[in-house]
Write a protein that binds this ligand. Structure first.
Ligand code: PRP
Length: 216
């Protein structure tokens, strides 16, 4: 039997996913030890778990380096990869929003060439083009996006809001909500053919866990 490889988005999503893998009988103990290792093996179930940067999960899955991935919908919307989205896991809930100074609330449509900074240029561009029909200037950043309006790099940002703490502590507000986000279970298209039974067994178990059908 070949190994099935699961790509997990490093951080909180990986931890929540590991809890589910453990609860369906996979051995994730090694992963819970705080090491810098990136590959973990469950010999009994012939599974490998790899820890990757969230935005790279769809890449590993599309290319078949991982059969399965657990990743946020934000990354899926931004990356647009040719993979199957099997289950909305319902955890890692947050929203993609346009955020900025409160003074801009209700005013975005009036700003000519609105400057928008984001780690998610495709999501931001699509929202303003297709839903608002507004021309913007897009500024791609890789992190600490909330800084951009504070130092005059942009007028607003398009970013994830989870607790709202980062916005609050930096004096920014949600101006418009774009889409609800959560973690998703994704599968490589070839793996779905050649390992259908094993993959679907895990998919079904995940579905049961997240819908709480088994009462846990
Ligand atoms: C994410 C996101 C926001 C923040 C939202 O950033 O880009 O900045 O979390 O969370 P909150 O609403 O609970 O405050 P992340 O922590 O990934 O860091 P980054 O800005 O360096 O990308």
């Amino acid at each position: 039997m070949r190994y099935l490889t699961v790509a997990l988005a490093k951080g909180r999503l990986a931890e929540l996913a590991m809890d589910i893998f453990s609860s369906i009988g996979m051995d994730c103990e090694q992963m819970k030890e705080k090491t810098r290792k990136l590959i973990f093996t469950d010999e009994k179930n012939k599974m490998k778990f790899i820890l990757v940067k969230a935005s790279d999960v769809p890449t590993y899955v599309e290319h078949g380096a991982a059969d399965i991935g657990i990743v946020g919908k934000d990354t899926l919307l931004e990356e647009h990869r040719n993979i199957y989205e099997m289950v909305d896991l319902g955890f890692g809930k947050c929203k993609m929003c346009v955020c900025g100074p409160a003074a801009l609330k209700g005013q975005l449509d009036n700003v000519i060439n609105l400057r928008v900074a984001s780690k998610y240029p495709h999501i931001a561009a699509k929202y303003f083009r297709e839903e608002k029909g507004q021309t913007i200037e897009l500024i791609k950043l890789n992190g600490s996006v909330e800084l951009a309006p504070l130092v005059g790099l942009s007028d607003v940002i398009v970013d994830i809001v989870e607790t709202g703490k980062t916005l609050k502590e930096n004096g920014l507000d949600v101006l418009e909500e774009i889409v609800d986000l959560s973690a998703h279970f994704v599968v490589n298209k070839v793996s779905m053919k050649i390992e259908k039974d094993r993959v679907m067994d895990i998919v079904e178990k995940f579905k049961e866990k997240v819908s709480g059908e088994d009462g846990k």
